[in-house]
Design a binder for this molecule. Structure first.
Ligand SMILES: [Zn+2]
Length: 208
């Protein structure tokens, strides 16, 4: 048997950590922490709706991020506007397998994987899934942890471009896809932050 704060009529303040007894809501007024006056809520308010909208926004931005030109590169006086994928192909053609793999995973696979995992989390809530909540919580923690590394590929790209520039091989200007890509990263991070992993356990509480 597990005992949760909510089942015992307790709410934990997100700001100062104080436990308070839940009281019936006074009309039109939300419960507040008696110590620090922060709003009290058992779960992040409208977590599912907010996560869905941020997630859908990220999916929408993912398309132009991969279709539009990621840079306006002029190499050897030859102007081209590669997308992320054609850039990967270019590095492969030149034999830079490591750079190609790094950009492919960091720019295409990982962002999409994060979107898919968050979608799976939300769908499992809607289906009131009771399947391996511990593993789902761990997966969610992983997605949120990856968020802070999401700019890694931009960093790698900046270093590579910097080196090429030093050798006067290319002139590099970020293309429109760069802004869309940044939007995907930011929206996914916000979606992960607005998701409340405690919701994953509520289906089990209800069944108990
Ligand atoms: Zn408080």
């Amino acid at each position: 048997m597990t005992s949760t704060a909510l089942a015992n009529g307790l709410l934990r303040c997100h700001a100062c950590g104080r436990l308070s007894r839940t009281r019936p809501m006074q009309e039109g007024r939300e419960a507040r922490c008696p110590r620090c006056d922060a709003p009290l809520h058992a779960r992040i308010p409208s977590s599912v709706a907010r996560t869905w909208s941020l997630l859908l926004g990220a999916y929408v931005c993912y398309v132009p991020a991969n279709v539009l030109a990621v840079s306006h590169t002029i190499s050897f006086g030859d102007a081209s506007s590669p997308t992320i994928l054609s850039g990967v192909r270019g590095f492969l053609r030149d034999g830079d397998i490591l750079v190609a793999a790094l950009i492919f995973f960091a720019s295409i696979v990982v962002p999409l994987l994060k979107l898919v995992v968050l979608t799976w989390m939300l769908l499992s809530l809607h289906l009131r899934s009771r399947w391996r909540p511990r593993d789902r919580t761990a997966t969610f923690r992983l997605v949120r942890a990856i968020g802070r590394w999401s700019m890694l590929d931009l960093f790698v790209l900046a270093v590579v471009v910097g080196l090429l520039r030093l050798q006067n091989i290319v002139t590099f200007d970020p293309g429109p896809a760069a802004a869309w890509f940044g939007a995907v990263v930011v929206l996914t991070m916000l979606a992960a932050e607005s998701f409340d992993p405690r919701l994953l356990w509520d289906a089990l509480e209800d069944a108990a």
